[in-house]
Design a protein around this ligand. Sequence first.
Ligand code: ADP
Ligand code: ZN
Length: 779
Amino acid sequence: MTDRQPSLFESEPPEAPWEEDELRDRLVVEVAFAEPPFGPYDYLLPEPLRPHLREGMRVRVPLGPQNHLRIGYCVRVSPAADRAGTTRRLKELRSLVDKAPIVSPGQLDLAKWIAEEYVCSVGEALEGMLPAGVRGLAGTRERTYLRTATDWNVGEGVAKITATQREILEALDRAGRALTPPELVEASGKSLATIRALRKKGLIVGVTERDAPQRRAAKEVARTQPLELNDDQAKALVRILDAAEEGRAETFVLFGATGSGKTEVYMAAIDRIVEQGRQAIVLVPEISLTPQTLERFRGRFDRIAILHSHLTDAERHAEWKQIADGAADVVIGARSAIFAPLDRLGLIVIDEEHDGSFKQDQTPRYHARAVAIRRAKQSGAAVVLGSATPSLETWQACEAGKATRLDMPRRVLDRPLPEVRLLDMRTDDRGRTRRGAISRLLERAMRESLEAGGQTILLLNRRGFATQIQCPACGHVVQCPHCDLSLTHHRDREAAVCHWCEFEMPAPQRCPECRAEGIRYAGVGTERLEAEVRARFPNFACLRMDSDTMKKPGSHEEALSRFRRGEIRVLLGTQMIAKGLDFPNVTLVGVINADTALHFPDFRASERTFQLVTQVAGRTGRGEAEGAVLVQTYSPEHPALQAARRHDYRRFAELELKLRREHGYPPFERLLRIVARATDPTPARVWLDAIAERLRARLAEQEAARPRRSKDETLRPHVRVLGPAEAPLARLRGYSRFHLLIFARDLPPVRKLLAEELIALPAPAETQYVLDVDAYEML
Ligand code: ADP
Ligand code: ZN
């Protein structure tokens, strides 16, 4: 039996416009929508709903000339008298979706901030903050519970009931608790229809309640004790706790080498925060949300909620509810866990804060770090951003005094950082007679370390077998028909695959252009590397870890535990293996090609390369045995690689920041990127051209009006609009793509201008666009 909302929650639309004086005491509700038109629009609140409605609930309202009912978020309630303009033509809100607010006032505030900061609607921001399972109340259902009216057996009503009805009422009283209708049928042996008749008479009262969603049963984890902190750790801890205890929303950058014990500091800080009755959020890159990481935290904290991508909607809803009910002290999760509904937040930790996965790649395109800092301000929480290779945005924030740096330059127990050697592939293997990706030096080092009982990690950031399929006769490179990208050969299924759109065709035997035979499969991907390792090291078990082999849920965890147990001696894969793994027996790390990301058309190419090499290097030398790192490259003189070789983040940051400053790139200027796409290039291009032109015109006006304080200030305009131009990936999934880059010293005024222009000149129907504030993705 399904129960409908009580009739109290429904009302008819007004017959006629209201009289102003009737309206003065009414409430006006602002409703925001997650899909266009986004609103927010004003509605009148029907009087019967007044005691039930609160901000942060979802409501049903009529929208458009047809008055179709749409669900929206109630983002504000205010007296009609306060509202500018007439209320006479407002439609009435129809009904409530939620019985309690689905977002708290703090979250609503955060959504408004996100909408402004990332130029999206409040509805989109809210939708992005709430997991789908929470919005859909996954894993729960409404049930009706029946009890007898308190006075059913007194007064004149008693005489009017039949013997059957009496038996039902008595059965219900005997049960000693509220029963669902089927339970009452069972207990009384009577029909549902008779029970319904008693409800009509008011002798049985029904209450609908929603069951709580069920949490996934967590397996028991052995308790672990805190380690005794070393000096650096203890010093860092004191600074963090001082701020947290004073409710100061200070941002700390825990700049600690790989293996310096950052996680131990996070846990010690959380311990104290929880003792004080406050709560903590820990964000880790999605890929690091492994059982190993989780067990470390679960071994230390009891009331912990975990939000990760393998949860079903119902499980995620259950975790969320647990958190909202105040039953979790610690929430650990990937990017979106930053929105966990905690209301006594004392600390937010972002581990590996430089990781690209903290930037959301769909609307709302927020960066979890920025949201964390905002949330911390709301609740007086401290923020700890941990990394051995902080993003340059974060590093510059320290330089500018907006964040406090806490240094932990040494590894725990004075373990040395591994020696890193760059292997110049232009010379090291000159005169080699065989083909392959592993140079002689790397092969020798692998053999030595494997034979001494160690384990090896090999990084190659390209999946597939051959990365290019080219005809030696005519030079044709086989491309994806939908994208501007050459196809990769996957030998396991003899296919040529596009890594952007998943397009797949049988691997060609002859050139599709000139029909010549002997087409060449060049370039090495992880699949080919695996074959090479197996051929050269047949006695050592090897495992490939990339998104092709790790498709099954749980396979990542399984692979890592086999490696931990020593069943696997060589672990090779894409950047999946570079992060956060802590295996004491890894004595050698090999980077097959450090240059894969170095020559990308992206100003962060150096930074990414430095981070990747440093992070993967950090996977070795974590135990008793010393570790070594061999990095194969064709650009050994590149400053990013030179700095990585010396473990010299500071030097890297210094050089790179100098360049960024000269070019006016982030972190010195904010970057806003607009990408427009259409199947036919013309409309996208024409529209983006027009937007750029209007923007330039308005900026020129502002620039002319801007007082100049010093000569230096005139060197570069405060805002630069570059393009539009073809995006580096000019064709993707059958769309032609163009982008416009806007660099600004001060973003908010430009954002405002742009938002106005986008309303004034909407994109034509066939053109889609995204607007990305603080863009990370440049392709
Ligand atoms: P990071 O997060 O900086 O890479 P971890 O916190 O994972 O470093 O610590 C690396 C290793 O050192 C872990 O195995 C951890 O248990 C150990 N460790 C951390 N702090 C200490 C300490 N004070 N004394 C001894 N071992 C420690
Ligand atoms: Zn493609």
